[in-house]
Design a protein around this ligand. Structure first.
Ligand code: GDP
Length: 369
């Protein structure tokens, strides 16, 4: 087939992968008139003012980040508070080159009411510091439910000081949902607004929403973060493990040498310590299976994918589990499995092992409750 290009963004048209640039359903190509063709993304943007995320390779993304670094701009980094380490854009601090940064934590609707927002805010700032980033401010939003959007818009206006605003984030963090909310806010106020996707002839995929005569909000493509658990489960399983609404906590009083399995995706061994209360925060539909530590290896060997399900797979292989070891030094601690949920435990001095699919972030933090 002769190579076709989208007249909106210049990307080469392809019909194989909806998540990648230039995707057009084969059926629309056969209906095409006079060789004028839009990729699905530009079509939606043109006709419905709706943004769809596409994935780019890291090289292409770096080129965009370089562009941000060369501009005096406000950078909005959107992260999924449920999958913090899976939301981090590698090398962001280096690339944005000292530009101001605003951190937006999305998906607050999933958190139990008992989560203390101030503690969450502090934890997010501290975590970002580990990546060399110091945000001017932190906004907590639910792009899905529309919470916190007014406050975010006010923050953007306060900090941008007439400059362009770049929105950056990994795929799955809810970036498109948020950008669509932002576009909606602007188009409610101004009817003449035209959102554009442009970068003709390149694969650089940028969407601009004009703010005033000389500045715009620029939506950059989502970058793939391979540490996301989302990449190692099928779409069906992803639905099962993704919380859809506020998480309900479960309480387990455990003695040492007991184990909790979180479906077939993670395992927590309480190796040593006094009797402890473990509060689980995972998707309500995920089954927590309790057993004795001495039986846990055998159970995993014989029941992964059966009693212990769902499991994470990589190229049809059961994913290797990585062990993370913790000694609890503070009263009230969370052990977090990024993208899955967390355990809160009280008391100190316990030895805990957590097993999670290799590459998925597991960390400790002062409890948010
Ligand atoms: P993108 O890849 O970053 O553009 O992410 P999307 O906007 O496509 O969203 C990824 C997934 O997260 C989708 O299943 C959304 O429904 C979900 N999502 C987005 N925002 C929220 C939110 O505020 N709360 C919840 N619970 N889910 C959200």
């Amino acid at each position: 087939m002769e190579e076709l290009k989208c007249i909106g963004c210049g990307a080469t048209i392809q019909t194989e992968n909806p998540k990648e640039i230039g995707y057009t359903p084969a059926s629309s190509i056969s209906k095409m008139e006079n060789e004028i063709i839009y990729c699905q993304r530009c079509f939606k943007l043109k006709h419905y003012n709706e943004v769809q995320d596409v994935a780019l390779t890291s090289d292409d993304f770096l080129k965009i980040l370089q562009r941000v670094g060369e501009t005096d701009a406000l950078v909005i980094n959107i992260v999924d508070i449920f999958d913090f380490s899976g939301s981090m854009v590698a090398g962001l601090s280096r690339h944005i080159n000292g530009n101001d940064i605003l951190l937006v934590g999305n998906k607050v609707d999933l958190l139990p009411k008992s989560v203390n927002k101030t503690k969450l805010n502090h934890w997010m700032r501290r975590s970002l510091k580990e990546y060399g980033l110091k945000p001017l401010d932190v906004a907590l939003v639910s792009a899905g439910k529309g919470f916190g959007i007014d406050e975010l818009m006010e923050m953007i206006e306060k900090y941008r000081k007439g400059r362009d605003v770049y929105i950056v984030g990994c795929t799955n963090v809810g970036k498109s949902t948020l950008v669509n909310r932002i576009i909606k806010r602007f188009t409610e106020e101004r009817e003449d607004i035209i959102t554009t996707s442009h970068f003709p002839g390149t694969t650089l995929d940028i969407i601009e929403i004009p703010l005033d005569d000389c500045s715009a909000i620029v939506d950059t493509p989502g970058i793939i973060n391979e540490h996301q658990l989302a990449h190692y489960v099928t779409p069906k399983v992803l639905k099962e493990i993704t919380p859809k609404k506020e998480i309900k906590a479960g309480v387990y009083q455990l003695n040492a040498e007991q184990t909790l399995f979180v479906g077939g995706l993670a395992r927590m061994d309480f190796v040593k310590g006094e009797r402890t209360s473990f509060v689980t925060h995972f998707a309500n539909q995920l089954h927590i299976h309790r057993t004795k530590l001495e039986k846990a290896d055998h159970l995993w060997a014989t029941q992964a994918g059966a009693v212990l399900k769902p499991v994470a797979m990589d190229n049809d292989q059961l994913m290797e589990m990585e062990k993370h070891t913790f000694h609890i030094g503070h009263e009230k601690t969370d052990l977090v499995i990024s993208g899955l949920g967390w355990f809160t435990l009280s008391g100190t001095g316990q030895d805990i092992n957590i097993y999670a699919p290799k590459g998925v972030g597991v960390m400790i933090r002062p409890s948010l409750i």
